[in-house]
Write a protein that binds this ligand. Structure first.
Ligand code: ZN
Length: 190
């Protein structure tokens, strides 16, 4: 099955620091990387883009005593291996990558910009996209924020639940409620 050409896959923050062995590891992150790579390779989506946390000096987003709600151990610092996509994902799999969070926290991919300065919403519209499927890390932070912003921007949004990993399972009841309230649907398979 191929997705309609008006549907894009958004792969959120599947980076080394958010996977096992990284500075802010989310359990199941490496499995998400493997499963997303398989989905991309299947050719199901004509348009696939990535977002990346891309920190230079994000202020209070980083802390030596993080609360894991608003402050976090340093992660995804530009120029470090932790900021790179987790294998087997590679940059060339994506039509475009949107970088966010240089100087402040940025959970949503819609806060990011591509290397040539395009916003995610603008880029998707230019490419005739009206529906997005969202997957990646972490379900309760950057996937949530990206999916809710996509809905706010007027896109039809599905979150691919089996292709995400959460910081805390305790957050998921609220996250599912937030998705339902915003008209974001959850799907266990692509
Ligand atoms: Zn961050």
């Amino acid at each position: 099955m191929t997705a309609p050409s008006s549907t894009a896959l958004i792969v959120v923050d599947v980076q080394n620091d958010f996977c096992e062995g990284g500075s802010l590891a989310v359990a199941g992150g490496a499995q998400v990387a493997a499963d997303v790579a398989e989905l991309v390779a299947s050719g199901r989506y004509g348009t696939v883009v990535a977002t990346r946390d891309h920190h230079i000096d994000p202020g209070s987003h980083f802390s030596d005593e993080p609360d894991f709600v608003d402050s976090w151990p340093p992660h995804c610092v530009v120029g470090t291996p932790g900021e790179l996509l987790h294998a087997p994902l590679t940059e060339d799999l994506f039509a475009e990558t949107f970088f966010k969070g240089e100087y402040e926290a940025a959970y949503s991919g819609f806060e990011g910009k591509s290397a040539d300065g395009s916003t995610l919403a603008g880029w998707l519209r230019e490419h005739g996209i009206s529906e997005v499927d969202v997957c990646g890390i972490a379900t309760d932070y950057c996937v949530r924020a990206t999916a809710l912003d996509a809905a706010r921007e007027g896109f039809g949004v599905r979150v691919l639940d089996g292709l995400t990993a959460a910081v805390s399972a305790d957050n998921l009841t609220q996250v599912r409620q937030d998705f339902a309230d915003a008209g974001v649907t959850l799907s266990t398979s692509p």
